[in-house]
Design a protein around this ligand. Sequence first.
Ligand SMILES: [Zn+2]
Length: 164
Amino acid sequence: MIGFDLDSSESAVDLADCFSSVYAVVGIHPHDAANYGGATEARIRDLAVHPRVVAIGEIGLDYHYDLPPRDIQANVFRAQVELASEFELPVVIHCRDAYKDTLDVLEGWAGHVRLGGVMHCWGGSAGEAERALALGFHLGFGGVVTFKNAGETRDIAVPFHWIE
Ligand SMILES: [Zn+2]
């Protein structure tokens, strides 16, 4: 169960407590970055040490909707990557129309943290996919891969899913 704000993160942990097959991911989505403050971070920290929390997410950057200003999104993204690093948890990344800046932030952490995780609903270029894979990330492919104009996304997905 993936959280995207404080309420959904707490619900994810509650569900993980109820069902042995469910694990929780806690974090603040870029759409909600304007609400991230000391109290929110303190609560995420409390949740992050729960034994059934396996990652920090969804976190990242969204330049498609651009709801909070980009500098606020970036600060909140960096703060949560730092938190994941501190707790040695992987991350679940939300990224839309912001692959360069997202990968720049993640590459800034490469080498001195055990960073990795999932970049869900991949929509970046082949070159950006190589950068993400070099960082040890898994790429998630969603419904976008079926869109008529998503030829590059399909080309990226094919080798990892259908050829072996
Ligand atoms: Zn997302």
